[in-house]
Design a protein around this ligand. Structure first.
Ligand SMILES: O=P(O)(O)OC[C@H]1O[C@H](O[C@H]2O[C@H](CO)[C@@H](O)[C@H](O)[C@H]2O)[C@H](O)[C@@H](O)[C@@H]1O
Length: 335
């Protein structure tokens, strides 16, 4: 499999054609339709079973611990579509996430800028980490999970704002000759989309982007699903954002926390890795095809994510009801 996280600091080093190979692998267009699962796919499924199939095991592992939910947006809560401005989540998904946040602290962690992802999700009770975790804000009305604290707010790369703005403008200009290429300003990072670019033009596009990057050694280039990502070279990513949010919620050195991170893209791997290293909770990769991943489990698509989240809510409701009934019985017994 192609290197998952090719990182260039200033456009030098990695060769253009290897970048094109990575771009091709970044979001495979051919999907083996179920049930004609290839041997590769079935052995991958053994290593990363469906989170729906082993739901009871997950619940058992979380017993006595506080589940904290981290959800990526594109490809996880909303299906991947050609136009990034039209990546709407369904009302059913929104209702599910709303219920989820009633029972568990819940954060959205996205590559998009925070305002944009908020406008898609529109749930004020959540934590949001935009720009790949570089822009974090807690619920606008304060958190019911962390009472008495001032709102959470952290921007890891504020000094890069003018540079990102500038590079965004330059990229817009340089890439306009490549039909289908679009540039998205994500505040602390920039996305150059190639989903609608003819594959024959990918080399041209990567050359245009690399030429711009040469002038900005403080920025690095990575890629996700049919998108090139330009962001500051600082050591901050979705994994760091996850750690920051756990700390903000008071679970820094806590053994009784069980974080679950669900994501579909390369940038989510940083968060999956942190969970593996902490030995707490686990990651779930949303993918229909085998991918090298640090996630423990898998789900095929956003519709399965919704089923999984609903089951979590149902289980929590049942547990709380059972606890309430037991408490009442004990009280009656005491009288
Ligand atoms: O971290 P995420 O919330 O998954 O954001 C990653 C990128 O998502 C968006 O692009 C992706 O989704 C688009 C809409 O489905 C799709 O057209 C594009 O090809 C995908 O790469 C977003 O537009 C990017 O800015 C994010 O970086």
């Amino acid at each position: 499999m192609t290197n998952q996280n090719v990182v260039m600091s200033n456009g030098g080093g990695a060769r253009t054609d290897s970048w094109v190979d990575s771009m091709r692998a970044s979001s495979p267009t051919r999907i083996h339709p179920f049930p004609s699962i290839s041997p590769d796919q079935s052995s991958w499924m053994v290593r990363h079973p469906s989170a729906l199939d082993i739901f009871d095991e997950i619940i058992n592992a979380s017993k006595g611990k506080q589940i904290v939910m981290f959800l990526d947006y594109d490809g996880t809560l909303s299906p991947i579509v050609d136009d990034p401005d039209c990546a709407f989540m369904s009302d059913a998904m929104r209702a599910t996430v709303r219920k989820l946040a009633r029972y568990f602290p819940t954060a959205i962690v996205s590559g998009r800028c925070r305002d944009k992802v908020y406008n898609f999700v529109r749930l004020a009770e959540l934590y949001y980490a935009g720009s790949h975790g570089m822009d974090i804000k807690g619920p606008s009305k304060g958190s019911k999970y962390k009472k008495g604290t001032k709102g959470v707010f952290f921007q890891a790369a504020s000094e890069f704002l003018p540079m990102i703005d500038e590079v965004c403008k330059v990229l817009l200009e340089k890439t306009q000759s490549t039909p289908g290429a679009t540039v998205e300003n994500n505040k602390f990072c920039v996305s150059v989309h190639f989903r609608r670019v003819d594959e024959k033009k990918w080399i041209e596009l990567i050359q245009q982007v690399k030429a711009v990057m040469k002038e900005y050694p403080q920025l690095r280039l990575t890629h996700g699903r049919k998108v090139l990502e330009i962001r500051p070279t600082i050591k901050w990513d979705k994994g760091k954002a996850l750690q920051f949010l756990l700390e903000s919620l008071g679970y820094a050195n806590c053994a009784d926390v069980f974080p679950i991170y669900i994501g579909d893209d390369r940038t989510d791997e940083d968060a999956f890795k942190v969970l593996r290293e902490r030995g707490q909770g686990f990651g779930i990769l949303v993918s229909k095809v085998p991918k090298e991943t640090n996630a423990s489990y898998s789900l095929q698509e956003p519709s399965e994510v919704m089923v999984f989240l609903r089951r979590l809510v149902q289980w929590k409701k049942m547990t709380l009801r059972r606890q309430f009934r037991m408490k009442r019985q004990l009280e009656e017994f005491a009288i």
